[in-house]
Design a protein around this ligand. Sequence first.
Ligand code: PLP
Length: 450
Amino acid sequence: MQNWIEEYPLLQDLIKMEEILWINPDYDAKNDKSTLTNHDILKANQRLQRFAPYIETVFPETASSKGIIESPLVEINKMKESLEQNYHLNIPGTLLLKCDHALPISGSIKARGGIYEVLKHAEELALNHGLLKTTDSYIKFASSEFRQFFSSYKIAVGSTGNLGLSIGIMSAQLGFQVTVHMSLDAKQWKKELLRSKGVHVIEYPSDYSKAVEEGRKQAEADPTCYFIDDENSQDLFLGYAVIASRLKKQLQNLNIPVDKEHPLFIYLPCGVGGGPGGITFGLKKEFGEHVHCFFAEPTHSPCFLIGQMTGLQDKVSVFDFGLDNRTDADGLAVGRPSRFVGKTIGHMLSGCYTVQDQKLYTLLRELADQENIFLEPSALAGFLGPIQLILQSEGKKFLVNQHLHKNMEKATHIVWATGGSMVPNHVMEEYYRRGASNHVMSNDSISNRN
Ligand SMILES: *Cc1c(COP(=O)(O)O)cnc(C)c1O
């Protein structure tokens, strides 16, 4: 441990569970070593287009977007002012929220990758059994014939909650037999919702890595079972990456340019890395060196940060550093990162930072008070990004080194809200209450409401 700390002094604060900002020394915007390409993202996009008429049919809440699962991008000026007051700083540029908490069907960022991989698997099965041509209308997937066909196949996944929710809902809708292996972090309401849809939920008294491992093992023993592997899946990754061209259009619609003078900053809550990694990958393909992506993790579970900083990826876990991986941010409660994601986007990432759980609640309450937007705790982690960049000396240094400091007034910051619209009211009320306890910002929030 002493050697580790000598080599990476930031570990000292990380071990003490203090909030830290790590700037990636290996950042290299122009060097893409990945075997995945723009063409792969395009194919994923086209697949989702083929399925759109089906999605619109079985999930009528997607009618307004014609079966495309997408979320709004909105300006949050009141929250920006509130943050500036509470942290005594100026956030230069525009602050936007990417509202993935409002994604239809499963209410979290997992409605991107998770649903995409289930659809891809279903398409492959149907094509291989001569039930489908890619030129057919995919409304076929809603037929009893197709549901009957899929009922002899199984899908399994390991999850802290939201991935299980997305995969469970989509797989059950198609007619698959689906099993979700849930870690101890998973919230009760997520398990109950899945069971109400006929999903088989298995609970483990251990963390995410164990739930995934068990799921993988059980699936391997059954040739009719397809395991969705959150730690290694390229399909999940590509499902997330599809956002890039759509975000470009959303920014254009808001008349927001992204170029050398108008840098774009993205703050993404991170668990195993697939969601934020896929999005970073897509955005780097779309915006190149003009987009700067930061991952946010709980102080108890900074697995991606550790994997990147040490370069050891999944060979180290937070437990090796005396951390416990216990956090209320269930979507981020992962102790060991994805090696595939770390290797694929390691050099595209600008940095990582950590957030204390209590701050997630405080931000939750503040966002609710200011913008009437309600998120789950994990989904608030992005908000500390612009603050850390401005306050921490490492952040200031980064802005100067990347020649960004002169253009910050023209910058756009996108905080990625990754989940929350399906949280039951009584659970959300409890979250909101916890946002008020013993924190300087809570007084301000309350007085603002009066
Ligand atoms: C899963 C999840 C994330 C992070 O995604 P990973 O692919 O695990 O890194 C962030 N926020 C929420 C709410 C999530 O459910």
